[in-house]
Design a protein around this ligand. Structure first.
Ligand SMILES: *Cc1c(COP(=O)(O)O)cnc(C)c1O
Length: 367
């Protein structure tokens, strides 16, 4: 019989801080497609794969960290979880809280959340609080809330989040047979780049700043090398590129609209220890990369995700992509979450209807 994917804790439990009898909250996240893109090969001269994290249960990689965070919350006895969110964390937290039988509260920057993500949080039964401020304000509020009340924090400053997210690196090595030469991903709060770096290191028999020592240290190495980590930020929300927090971050890529990343230290370590870099791309480049990926590779991602593709294409233009290198780009979230932004550059959607005949259709199609 074919193996049915069991979710990241059950698939990688011996490399995660969970014992055999610990309860698991899962929607069978992970096991996402790694798709080879001939179109991106042709544009870069490398061998390029996209790790399609929009295929997770709530449509983003956040589910990998939510299964571990939420499973740990069950051990603490707390009944309410809270998260600050640019959208996908709230969608994921609300879904995992619902299957765990917990209540969820999400603190959001007012007016800056894509409609699809908001719909998810509402449908999964979260209590929403909109703040007249940005994501960084929301995170500050949630941190204080969870210090003062019996509420569990499930943002990526919760170390169990990064534990779950590191499994994406394991899957890539399992599929390619070794680590890629370069890994490219969007950077917002910088939890994901830190988690991937941890995952690649642990599979190579090493640990990082973010590792939880009791788990990773005793396992045999699977891979023989480490990738360079290339992080990509949005032009108006690029604190790690500028080297200082950005007070009023601005970008259409709301998932990475963050001015003061919580995992700043870990992200810098990933960049420096891997001989990689963190660069930035404009909103225009992001929208163009989103179109290219959808039209040439069949993968529709949200704008924040397209930053990784835009960053790769920019690096190719700058001559930074080694010929024939194996490159994996994480595309972090599903394009269906934010159709308004995707369609904003595609002109009018008011069609001029034709007569209901095959002749008229054929004429319209130039056949
Ligand atoms: C959360 C998120 C990001 C940013 O990830 P960080 O870990 O905050 O750097 C990027 N893209 C999408 C779709 C996200 O949901």
């Amino acid at each position: 019989m074919a193996h049915q994917w069991q979710g990241v804790i059950n698939e990688y439990r011996d490399r995660l801080p969970f014992g055999d009898d610990d309860p698991v909250v899962t929607l069978r996240e992970g096991g996402t497609p790694l798709i080879h893109s001939t179109a991106l090969d042709n544009r870069t001269g490398a061998r390029v794969y996209v790790k399609v994290e929009g295929m997770n249960p709530t449509g983003s990689f956040k589910d990998r960290g939510m299964t571990t965070a939420m499973s740990h919350v069950l051990q603490t006895g707390k009944k309410i979880v809270a998260a600050a969110s640019t959208g996908n964390t709230s969608a994921s937290a609300a879904a995992y809280a619902s299957i765990a039988g917990l209540s969820s509260a999400v603190i959001l920057p007012a007016g800056k959340i894509a409609a699809g993500k908001l719909a998810q949080a509402i449908m999964h039964g979260a209590t929403l609080v909109a703040v007249d401020g940005n994501f960084d304000d929301c995170l500050r509020i949630v941190r204080e809330l969870t210090e003062k009340y019996p509420v569990a924090l499930v943002n990526s400053v919760n170390p169990y989040r990064l534990q779950g997210q590191k499994t994406a690196a394991f899957e890539i090595v399992d599929e390619l047979g070794d680590a890629p030469d370069i890994h490219v991903l969007p950077v917002g709060n910088a939890g994901n780049i830190s988690a991937y770096w941890m995952g690649y290191n642990e599979y190579a028999g090493k640990t990082t700043l973010a590792s939880m020592d009791e788990t990773a240290l005793h396992m045999p190495a699977v891979s023989t090398k480490l990738p360079q980590m290339w992080g990509i930020q949005a032009w108006g929300a690029a604190p790690l590129v500028l080297g200082h927090p950005v007070e009023n971050p601005e970008t259409i890529a709301t998932a990475i609209r963050i001015g003061n990343p919580a995992s700043w230290k870990y992200a810098e370590a990933a960049r420096d220890d891997s001989n990689g870099f963190i660069d930035r791309v404009t909103d225009e480049q992001i929208l163009e990369a989103q179109s290219i990926l959808a039209a040439e590779t069949g993968v529709f991602v949200e704008p924040g995700s397209a930053a990784s593709i835009a960053g790769l294409l920019q690096a190719a233009e700058h001559g930074q992509v080694p010929e024939g290198a194996t490159i994996v780009c994480t595309v972090t979230g599903n394009g269906l979450k934010d159709t308004a932004t995707a369609l904003s550059t595609k002109g009018s959607l008011d069609f001029d209807p034709i007569a209901p005949t095959v002749e008229a259709a054929a004429k319209e199609l130039g056949l």
